[in-house]
Write a protein that binds this ligand. Structure first.
Ligand code: ZN
Length: 156
């Protein structure tokens, strides 16, 4: 880790502990060149989140796929894309704050349903009716194909 004061790369970790809510590791570092002290945080990166399907299969979390299913539900509805994006970011933040690297596809579906409820009733009903009929299905493939999204595969 490069020193923010002098740019030297020879810095050392002095202390390492979880933050209060255990969502991150806080490290105190000291620069061997100039003696400067600084702090870094280590968090789960979204690209490292793993989605556990009902079948038990694990796939990397993909925000693009999540976003596609949301926009599919919102098709032809008068909701500004910015609001939908904010809702998606909110879902992603909630997933991050769970503090686990693994999240279930059900958890994601639940959060999306809650988010859509606040955005648009029709989109919520579309999403919820398909989502709740998944029964044994382990992803949103049927949802996406039903709505004519050719590219929809393996979504979460
Ligand atoms: Zn330094």
């Amino acid at each position: 880790m490069r020193c923010p004061y002098c740019g030297d790369e020879n810095t050392q970790v002095k202390d390492s502990r979880p933050t209060e809510d255990s969502s991150a590791i806080r490290r105190r570092r000291v620069c061997n060149a100039c003696g400067g002290r600084f702090t870094t945080f280590e968090r789960v990166q979204l690209r490292d989140l793993v989605v556990v399907k009902k079948s038990g299969r694990k796939v990397p979390f993909d925000r693009e796929k999540l976003s596609r299913s949301v926009f599919t539900a919102l098709r032809k509805r008068a909701v500004e894309p910015e609001r939908a994006e904010r809702m998606i970011s909110g879902v992603v933040r909630q997933l991050e704050s769970l503090g686990d690297q693994e999240v279930s596809s059900e958890q994601i579906g639940q959060l999306v349903m809650e988010g859509l409820k606040g955005l648009d009733d029709v989109a919520f009903v579309r999403f919820a009716s398909v989502y709740k009929n998944f029964s044994a299905a382990d992803d949103f493939r049927s949802f996406l194909s039903e709505l004519g999204d050719e590219e929809g595969n393996d979504g979460a």
